[in-house]
Design a binder for this molecule. Structure first.
Ligand code: TRP
Length: 454
């Protein structure tokens, strides 16, 4: 292999830990909180089909590209792109791709942490028995009160940022690996349990129909954009999170196999979450399009009414918090790695500075649910705007440029060497997807939203 030096930030101890960490990054609030509510807002099955298509045709090839670039570059995304551009004899302005990604991660974490804070507060609510025997309306009130309370949200947001930064401060081997080891299996078990509960509601088929029966008349250009943006969001693509994890990946590991595992697990979690949530929504006569509070208004109904619900409720929200934590660390790791490389400071100091700035920005999201509820940016609340800007614009644009970089700028023999696929045909398929399909798809969706197709 051309480049055998290890990243200065450390390395994974095995392929399995890379899978765990990258899956930990991918599986998070995006799967359990965001996926169901945007499916609900965008009409169900047709949206799910577009999302799945995007995962396969855009997400998987770009995830391979990011991993490959990261491993070859071996530094934070900004410096990785810079040095790979140099290696390819390309313009040094490519480094701005690394910059955009690092900033996107930063912005996402600022609101992600607030939602993770909601989950933390639900751990406590579950623990103190707040759901037990409550009606859907009473459970809704709990959520409305949380959103109205700045103090409560800021408190939990602070706890979550603190936890994230202390894991990141411990570095790759010490913090990140340990944190993700037991999460995924536990989360799967609880989701299966919730799906089993959903089967008892009498509305299971209706829920599945909503999720899997496409009605393409429901689909608008903007829901296609949301579906594509979510494919990037849920796989942690387009901003360098997977790139930075790839840079800790030992050289002798198959990227393709690893990526299929990650994308498969991520998709499974999202679909299971949907299968659990919609039957409960319909059986309580609630609206699937309730928005960002959906899981917080729906799942506690199940916990409050099933046998063993207290225990499962506590466990579920604890796991959700951990899933969010293992994603959050990947959102900020590129910025922290950059800060360390740039200012040659200790990890802890980099974490304190970065954590502080993200925390401050997060207050904007907290306020957008109460005192700034009527303040709009391009017709969206502060939270809505941040989410749209990052997930729907910055990530797809970043992914577009990553595909161009991996498919057209980098010398193809370098890409081939680094990906080390089984056969030349496999490589050709990948190349076709990153060179043509992924960039064209992103481009067309952007045009569609601008109304170019009428
Ligand atoms: N994929 C995570 C989720 O679904 C969120 C996330 C973590 C992310 N790292 C990312 C999104 C990098 C975009 C880019 O919850």
């Amino acid at each position: 292999m051309a480049n055998s030096k290890k990243s200065m930030h450390g390395a994974w101890s095995s392929r399995f830990t890379f899978i765990l960490a990258a899956t930990g990054s991918a599986v998070g609030l995006g799967n359990i909180w965001k996926f169901p509510y945007i499916v609900g807002e965008n009409g169900g099955g047709a949206f799910v089909v577009v999302y799945l298509l995007c995962v396969v045709a855009i997400g998987i090839p770009i995830m391979m590209a990011e991993t490959m670039l990261g491993r070859r570059g071996g530094q934070c995304p900004i410096n990785t792109i810079k040095s790979l551009a140099k290696e390819a004899g390309a313009h040094e302005n490519w480094k701005y791709l690394g910059w955009m990604g690092t900033i996107a991660g930063f912005l996402i974490l600022s609101y992600y942490s607030v939602i993770a804070g909601w989950s933390l507060s639900y751990v406590l609510k579950a623990f103190t028995g707040s759901f037990s025997g409550e009606s859907a309306a009473q459970i809704n009130t709990l959520f409305v009160e949380l959103k109205a309370s700045q103090g409560e949200q800021i408190f939990w947001h602070t706890v979550f940022i603190g936890a994230t930064m202390s894991v990141v401060a411990k570095g790759v081997e010490g913090g990140i690996e340990k944190a993700v080891r037991f999460l995924m299996p536990g989360l799967f078990v609880l989701l299966f349990l919730l799906v089993a509960y959903a089967m008892t509601t009498g509305y299971y088929t209706e829920g599945l129909k909503f999720l899997f029966q496409p009605d393409f008349s429901e689909l608008t250009a903007s829901s296609v954009l949301t579906a594509m943006g979510h494919a990037f969001f849920t796989l942690s693509l387009g901003m360098g999170a997977i790139m930075v994890y790839g840079s800790y990946l030992p050289k002798d590991i198959s990227i393709a196999k690893t990526v299929f595992w990650i994308a498969g697990a991520d998709t499974a979690v999202a679909l299971l979450a949907g299968m659990a949530i919609f039957p409960i929504v319909f059986s309580n006569g609630l609206e699937a399009s309730a928005g960002e509070g959906l899981i917080f208004q729906i799942l506690p109904i199940a916990f409050g009414n099933m046998t063993g619900g207290w225990l499962f409720g506590v466990l579920f929200f604890v796991l959700l918090v951990f899933a969010a934590l293992s994603s959050a660390i990947s959102l900020i790791e590129p910025a922290v790695a950059w800060y360390i490389e740039k200012f040659k400071v200790a990890r802890t100091q980099a974490c304190i500075t970065m954590g502080g700035v993200v925390w401050l920005m997060g207050l904007g999201t907290v306020f957008s649910f109460n005192s700034w509820a009527d303040v709009t940016f391009f017709g969206l609340t502060f939270f809505g705007f941040l989410d749209f800007l990052t997930a729907n614009l910055m990530l797809p644009l970043g992914g577009f440029l990553i595909a161009i970089f991996a498919g057209r700028v980098m010398h193809s023999h370098h890409a081939k060497e680094e990906l080390d696929l089984k056969t030349d045909q496999h490589f050709e398929v990948w190349m076709f997807l990153v060179k043509y399909i992924a960039p064209a798809a992103v481009f067309l969706v952007f045009l569609g939203v601008l109304g170019v197709f009428g």
